[in-house]
Design a binder for this molecule. Structure first.
Ligand code: BGC
Length: 396
């Protein structure tokens, strides 16, 4: 990192990308557990994903648009339920589809960063007990082997699991994601199974010469009024178990949206009067710097990639301000020789935000829900130009 005439420069080869996940953008992912959950009257999901933004068919124009805007990387996920619709039955057509997506990226000089598991699990895996059962480790390794075998020569980085901490906590402790259980011991068990599946997948990716790691949901947890012990307890099973598991990986993906205060009795509400986003989070872009530092330290100094950072808002100027301040945090870390390799904004497009449906607007690009027309917002041009310049202009 260097500062030149007020501009903050980023290192050569820095990855400037945006991120999505299959279930949130592809549409028609009826063969996974989330689709079933969306249609379960007992679930908390406000509307089903349906056609999402139809990226399954529109990936080429999406990738061309991202390249035109100035980005050099795209993080997306492969849908396991499409690749292996039934146990042991792999779909050549689905693998060829994802190969074409990677080819479209390469044609546009975009590095494809591929996530293998982004919250959704095939219905049949779910039926076999999902991530409660160790049997899933071999299943996941084989799915990884087939996927890497089909796309590996085109892929830039492999993210095994997206936010396994959210997946395990929301699904097995908070009861907010499928299978909607609330059992602390089960959550710990699922953490353990995921760590094993992750290590198995990293090995497979490495055999193919690909750098691999996991991406973690991290907040800037700040203890107040003697909340240190409680903070440490939250971190143990939420972040630390995965940061420790990542120490031999090729990188750690940091995904941060805000901070959270912790008192002796638990997490506290956002302070009165603080600006909040459509998700109800505090507007606090400085959280990213804190979590990069923590990830770097706890994961043993391996390279960091910011695999998600962003804001849900209708006010696109606040989006620019949020990202600008978050990027200053990245540059502070680089100045102290923390090896940050890239920044991926969440999300490229307004899309299906899980239980919240299509209401929160995280996208740099809006999507017309009837025609699927893509409409880049001013923030898309701003971040794209920042990417192309590989430097951040001083704020005016
Ligand atoms: C997830 C995304 C999600 C985003 C915004 C992350 O937790 O990886 O799937 O849409 O945050 O909430």
């Amino acid at each position: 990192m260097s500062v030149d005439g007020g501009r903050v420069e980023f290192p050569d080869g820095f990855l400037w990308g945006t991120a999505t996940a299959a279930h949130q953008v592809e549409g028609g992912n009826w063969n996974n557990d989330w689709w079933a959950w969306e249609h379960d009257p007992a679930s908390n999901v406000v509307e089903p994903s349906g056609d999402a933004i139809d990226q399954y068919h529109r990936y080429r124009e999406d990738i061309e648009l991202l390249a035109r805007l100035g980005f050099n990387a795209y993080r997306f996920s492969v849908e396991w339920a499409r690749v292996e619709p039934e146990p042991g039955q792999f779909s050549v057509a689905a693998l060829q589809h994802y190969r074409r997506v990677c080819e479209a990226c390469r044609e546009q000089s975009i590095a494809p960063v591929v996530t293998l598991h982004h919250f959704t699990t095939p219905r049949w895996v779910h039926g076999e007990g999902g991530f409660e059962e160790r049997a899933v480790v071999d299943r996941f390794a084989e799915y990884t082997r087939r996927t890497v075998g089909a796309l590996g020569d085109l892929v830039s980085h492999v993210c095994t699991f997206n936010e396994p901490n959210v997946f395990a906590t929301a699904g097995y402790l908070a009861g907010a994601f499928p299978p909607a259980k609330q059992d602390a011991a089960l959550r710990r068990q699922v953490n353990g199974v995921i760590v094993e599946a992750h290590h198995a997948a990293v090995e497979v990716a490495r055999e193919a010469g690909l750098p691999a790691g996991l991406t973690l949901a991290m907040q800037d947890w700040q203890a107040v009024d003697g909340g240190e012990e409680r903070r440490a307890r939250i971190l143990r099973n939420y972040e630390d178990v995965y940061l420790e598991a990542a120490r031999q990986d090729d990188f750690i993906g940091v995904q941060t949206y805000s901070r959270e205060f912790v008192g002796p009795g638990g997490t506290l509400p956002v302070p009165e009067g603080a600006e909040t986003t459509q998700m109800g989070y505090e507007f606090y872009p400085e959280a990213l710097e804190a979590t990069i530092r923590r990830a770097h330290q706890e994961a043993g100094g391996i390279p960091v990639v910011v695999t998600e950072n962003g804001i849900a808002t209708d006010d696109d100027e606040r989006r620019v301000e949020y990202v600008r301040r978050a990027l200053l945090g990245v540059s502070n870390c680089l100045a102290e020789d923390i090896d940050v390799r890239g920044y991926f904004y969440w999300s490229s497009f307004d899309n299906f935000e899980w239980a919240h449906g299509y209401r929160p607007k995280f996208g740099l690009i809006a999507v017309d829900r009837d025609s699927f027309e893509r409409r880049p917002k001013p923030s898309a041009s701003w971040l794209g130009s920042t990417a192309r310049a590989n430097s951040l202009a001083p704020s005016t």
